[in-house]
Ligand binder design. Structure first.
Ligand code: GLP
Length: 260
């Protein structure tokens, strides 16, 4: 850690009279130092004991500030080797007006895509799946759940459900669901996507390699064939620190008002 960054803790010693709890002041000093680039991704923080001495505060206070920053994804702790500034995520800008697949989106950016399988198989459909896919209780649903990884960074967990009549062997889709659907003439041509904020639960956070509770995006996509039939019902969790969804907006003329 640079001398300039070392100053953060020494400065805190002289400023620690502003009334705010000390751990909040320390947390803010570290956050400011990261934002101003005084300490960068991958830099190691001094030990708890060193920070406590430099800032003239207790180790309990240091621990509380550091734990808060780990929870917020600013710092990461590696067992046995210490505390570091978290690697910065390169954000992916994603258009909301094109119906593309994850593989296509990442390939266009020159990123290497792979997936880890979480589940694939045929199941009795849930009430949600029956309703959205128009299945009866005697039909089966094909489920394909994957952790989507680009350039070795896990970006999303995607759980797709399709009618088993469209995807009788979910183990057979290869690396792209949309490429597999294209082969059988079932690639969707239209989709409705709903995006909402979600805090990541423990198991999703573990898969996405982020601290539990951090902000994520819950995305639901219902895709249609040209005939109007629903082909795909996918529920995904995306890392909130990795995506910017971008939509182009146009002024609506009076003649277009009320159109969907
Ligand atoms: C996007 C969509 C999913 C879709 C997937 C297909 O990520 N959000 O709804 O299932 O693309 O991607 P691929 O063809 O790479 O499997």
């Amino acid at each position: 850690m640079s001398e300039a960054a070392d100053q953060i803790f020494a400065t805190l010693r002289h400023q620690a009279q502003s009334g705010a709890p000390l751990y909040l002041q320390l947390r803010k000093s570290i956050e400011d130092a990261v934002n101003r680039g005084l300490i960068g991704p991958g830099d190691a923080l001094p030990s708890e004991r060193d920070i406590a001495t430099k800032a003239d505060i207790s180790r309990v206070t240091v621990r509380k500030a550091v734990q808060d920053l780990v929870k917020g994804g600013i710092l990461v702790q590696r067992h046995g080797s210490g505390t570091f500034v978290a690697p910065r995520m390169e954000r992916v800008e994603q258009s909301l007006s094109r119906l593309t697949s994850f593989t296509e989106d990442m390939a266009r950016r020159g990123m290497v895509v792979r997936s880890a399988w979480l589940d694939r198989g045929l199941y009795a459909p849930s009430p949600d799946e029956m309703m959205v896919l128009g299945l009866s209780s005697s039909e089966l649903v094909a489920r394909v759940a994957r952790l989507r990884i680009a350039n070795d960074t896990p970006l999303a967990i995607e759980r797709a459900s399709l009618s088993a009549s469209v995807l009788p062997d979910p183990a057979d889709i290869g690396s792209s669901l949309y490429a597999a659907l294209e082969l059988t003439g079932n690639r969707p041509v239209r989709a409705v996507q709903r995006i909402s904020a979600a805090n990541l639960g423990d198991s999703d956070a573990r898969l996405l390699e982020v601290p539990p509770g951090i902000a994520g995006l819950h995305i639901e996509r219902i895709s249609y064939l040209a005939s109007g039939k629903v082909i795909e019902f996918t529920r995904s969790i995306y890392r909130g620190d990795a995506y910017d969804f971008v939509a182009e907006l146009r002024l609506t003329g009076p003649s277009e008002e009320g159109r969907p």
